[in-house]
Design a protein around this ligand. Structure first.
Ligand SMILES: [Zn+2]
Length: 161
């Protein structure tokens, strides 16, 4: 079943690319690879993914103006940028590295001066939390979030709104 599903997804992906026009998909990928590399090497972006948002928005917008539906345009741009980032060898950081509580790695210039949990100044050589109480509270909160089911996530988020 998984093989059949992958085959169907590949067929849909190829149909989206084909709708763009013969050779246009590959030409777009090549051009975007050049732009992404140029922007990164010139220091205009902090990572190879630096232009992902604006590119995704602009290309999707252009496709919509050419009578593509939003969802189809978004899927094509997703495929396009995925191929671009594969070609430039960009690797996304792990989920943990994207979280605000990510621990400072050795060699990183940024150093915490405030407690992650309560924002009080860090004293006595502490690196992340001002006290064990704050550390335990923070870890309990993160564990709670990681173990959330879809229903609990929806209930929690709807309370924030
Ligand atoms: Zn604290």
């Amino acid at each position: 079943m998984a093989k059949a599903r992958r085959k169907e997804e590949r067929r849909k992906r190829d149909a989206r690319r084909g709708r763009l026009g013969p050779g246009r998909y590959d030409a777009l990928v090549a051009e975007l690879v050049r732009c992404v590399k140029l922007a990164f090497e010139a220091g205009a972006t902090g990572s190879l993914f630096g232009m992902e948002g604006p590119l995704r928005h602009e290309i999707r917008s252009d496709l919509c103006l050419q009578a593509w539906g939003w969802a189809a345009a978004d899927l094509l741009v997703r495929d396009l940028l995925s191929d671009v980032f594969n070609k430039v060898g960009a690797e996304r950081p792990a989920w943990n590295e994207g979280q605000p509580e990510w621990v400072i790695e050795s060699g990183t210039l940024i150093e915490r001066t405030r407690c992650v949990n309560c924002s009080r100044p860090l004293l006595d050589g502490r690196k992340k939390f001002c006290s064990d109480l704050c550390a335990n509270t923070h870890h309990a909160r993160v564990t709670y979030r990681k173990e959330m089911t879809e229903e609990r996530i929806l209930a929690t988020v709807s309370r924030w709104i």
